[in-house]
Design a binder for this molecule. Structure first.
Ligand code: CP
Ligand code: NVA
Length: 303
């Protein structure tokens, strides 16, 4: 494991190792308090963030390392200087770089030119750290992966793409329900990867997707960068709202997940996100634990 750009690049074994190390980190955080001592992580963010920035920063601190946050107007990636020059400069100073950006090719270009590991902190097509934390959370709650079915309802976006690849690698069943024209781009590719291991399915209604689901997952209808489409999308996605009626069609007691931030009253109702089966803040917390495992693996520190 050289970088974390897409879950597609990870082997099944690497995904399992991340989950095992996450378990160990949660059980005995003190044991890992100094494993990244003297290491520095740069965080380049071209979009806003709460969870990703804070969980990386606190996680790195808990491992004995240090972080430098570079806000959009500060580094001005690709405008003030080329992505290549930023990568070649930062690799001389820091031990790893997290990039949150728009076009996915920016993460690839940064990684190609960086001597140090690059972690995708969200691009328009993928959000690998999120999906690792989500599948880990489901595994933690059900104490298994095989036979668990996650239903993703809404936009076939970056989070959905990464969930498909993570489910394919980890062996969790996943169904997607999204409007026509908003299907996840990687569905066929992920289904090929999942062959013989787990079942991935795609529907154009929310009702079909949530049938027999153990987990119902949703995300915003308009992602960062799609603000101009938000009004049109509200109409298009209306029947994909995760509300009590939809939850009633899944397995009894199905867990509710959302990567957050949530637009309450749009893709999910207050009643559902605040219900006793909602695990959205456990997911948010697990972002930090899973990312600590990723950092340890990428920075090659001794356990
Ligand atoms: N889920 C997630 O990535 O949240 P932020 O956008 O707040 O980082
Ligand atoms: N799909 C959302 C995820 C936010 C964590 C976005 O890209 O804005």
């Amino acid at each position: 494991m050289r970088d974390l750009i897409s879950i597609k690049d990870l082997s099944v074994k690497e995904v399992e190792e991340i989950f095992t190390l996450t378990d160990a980190l949660k059980k005995n955080p003190a044991k890992y308090a100094n494993v990244l001592k003297g290491k520095t992580l740069a965080l380049i963010f071209q979009k806003p963030s709460n969870r990703t920035r804070v969980s990386f920063q606190v996680g790195m601190y808990q491992l004995g390392g240090n972080c430098i946050y570079l806000r959009p107007d500060e580094i001005n990636l690709g405008v003030r200087e080329s992505i290549k020059d930023v990568a070649m400069t930062l690799s001389r100073y820091v031990d790893a770089i997290v990039l949150r950006t728009f076009e996915h090719k920016n993460v690839l270009e940064l990684a190609e030119n960086s001597d140090k590991p690059v972690i995708n902190g969200l691009s328009d097509s993928s959000h690998p750290c999120q999906a690792l934390a989500d599948v880990y959370t489901a595994k933690e709650k059900f104490k298994k992966i095989k036979g668990v079915k996650l239903a993703y309802v809404g936009d076939g976006n970056n989070v959905c793409n990464s969930l498909l690849y993570t489910c394919a690698k980890a062996g969790m069943d996943m169904s997607v329900g999204c409007p026509k024209g908003y299907e996840p781009l990687v569905f066929t590719d992920a289904k090929d990867l999942a062959r013989g291991k787990c079942n991935l399915s795609l529907f154009n209604t929310a009702q079909e997707a949530v049938k027999d689901a153990d987990v119902i997952y949703t995300d915003v209808w308009a992602s960062m960068g799609q603000e101009a489409e938000a009004q049109d999308r509200k109409k298009i996605f209306q029947s994909f709202q995760v509300n009590a009626k939809l939850v009633g069609l899944a397995k009894k007691g199905a867990l509710i997940m959302h990567c957050l931030p949530a637009h309450r009253g749009e893709e999910i109702t207050d009643e559902v996100i605040d219900s006793k089966n909602s695990v959205v803040f456990d997911e948010a917390e697990n972002r930090m634990h899973v990312q600590k495992a990723v950092l340890i693996k990428l920075l090659g520190a001794k356990k």
